[in-house]
Design a protein around this ligand. Structure first.
Ligand SMILES: Nc1ncnc2c1ncn2[C@@H]1O[C@H](COP(=O)(O)OP(=O)(O)OP(=O)(O)O)[C@@H](O)[C@H]1O
Length: 358
């Protein structure tokens, strides 16, 4: 039976730089390769893609891409690659770029999801334009749709937001999240941004100076002091929900999630019944033994503590909570953890200070 994983035991020598990895990534969800500039992230991604010569072995779902006497060329690996700068063909319109990808699909005879992708990435109005008449964010959305039309078994993305300003980054992140949730396609995502790693990553590999210094599920690495950068500061949870009601007087919407307690957020243009996604930062949740009563929008969720860990910052603790069907992570001071006498399995209230709509 094919094993659902990507194994990369490899070495790249780019004198004086050397990359050595022995990693096993789950072939599902988003695996993030994280690390500072020059740590070897792009080199690793390129080696996995067959774009960078390397020693060692790479296998995907039980098939050798390299090793055991085999070396599959990039075109023979069932992958698509999204570069930092959107790499659409400049002389073709968006529609022609998509046509091209469909012609060279890895699964001839398998209906492409062209219409779904055009809708997912919201590019219907861009189809007749050439890349030089698109914004950076539009170009990248079209480039990702094109990469997916190849119908790969895995998508490799090298800092796809790096060339965009902050506003454009925040515009594209929700598309990446929808891609992650709506397509059962494993993604390897290179970034130096702890925020992107925390928001998109299911499994994280941290590189430093060409070596893997930490790897694991997001919740495991955020408490790892070896992890470069302050990823726990960026940790949080994405929660999905439906707008239950809108308070027109105060411009607030109440969101029904997997917890029986509603979460209140600024209403923006929401209407009852709308599906929404919330990003709740670990540092925006506080805990207490009683629900907050001072007003009706306190966002107090009854929870049970699943796990408690030390944060790399010695003043802080990380607490994993379950509020019925939703899971939350909070980051609180050691002092308040001690005052509250927190212990696994304890029932507690989580107070969400802010939940951002994403
Ligand atoms: N073709 C090359 N020849 C020699 N050295 C190279 C080559 N390509 C990359 N390097 C070096 O390898 C190291 C790792 O580069 P790489 O691009 O993989 O890092 P990165 O983590 O992706 O960085 P960034 O976040 O800045 O893109 C760097 O020191 C870089 O200078």
């Amino acid at each position: 039976m094919a094993v659902s994983e990507l194994i990369a035991r490899l070495r790249v020598r780019l004198d004086p730089f050397e990359l050595n990895t022995d990693i096993t990534l789950p072939a599902k969800g988003v695996s993030v390769i994280f690390g500072p500039s020059g740590s070897g992230k792009t080199t690793l991604l390129r080696a996995i893609a067959g774009l960078q010569p390397c020693d060692g072995e790479i296998w995907f779902n039980g098939n050798y891409w390299q090793g055991n006497g085999r070396h599959r060329k990039t075109a023979e690996r069932p992958l698509s690659y999204v570069f930092q700068e959107a790499s659409l063909f400049p002389h073709m319109t968006v529609a022609e770029n998509l046509d091209f990808a469909e012609r060279y699909t890895l699964r001839p005879g398998n209906a492409s999801k062209r219409d779904d992708l055009i809708e997912l990435f919201d590019i219907a109005d861009l189809m007749s334009r050439r890349p030089d008449r698109l914004s950076g964010g539009e170009r990248q959305r079209a480039a990702i749709a094109r990469a997916l039309l190849r119908q790969p078994d895995i998508l490799l993305m090298d800092e796809p937001l790096a060339s965009l300003d902050d506003a454009r980054k925040h515009e594209i992140l929700p598309y990446l999240e929808r891609l992650k949730n709506e397509f059962e396609l494993p993604i390897i995502y290179v970034t130096h941004s702890a925020y992107e790693a925390a928001r998109l990553g299911d499994y994280i590999v941290a590189l430093d100076k060409g070596t893997v210094v930490s790897q694991g599920e997001l919740y495991d690495v955020i408490s790892d002091p070896k992890f470069p950068g302050d990823i726990s500061r960026e940790a949080g949870t994405v929660v999905t929900g439906i707008v239950d009601s809108v308070d027109a007087q105060w411009h607030l919407a109440q969101i029904r999630t997997g917890s029986s307690a509603l979460i209140t957020v600024p209403a923006n243009n929401l209407n009852p019944g709308d599906a929404v996604r919330l990003w709740i930062r670990a540092s925006d949740i506080s805990l207490s033994h009683e629900p907050l009563k001072e007003n009706s929008i306190s966002n107090s969720l009854p929870c049970q503590i699943e796990d408690i860990r030390h944060d790399p910052n010695p003043a802080l603790m990380i607490v994993k909570l379950r509020a019925e069907k939703i899971e939350l992570i909070t980051r609180i001071t050691r002092q308040s953890a001690s005052h509250l006498g927190l212990e696994p399995q304890m029932h507690i209230y989580a107070h969400i200070k802010t939940a951002a709509l994403i």
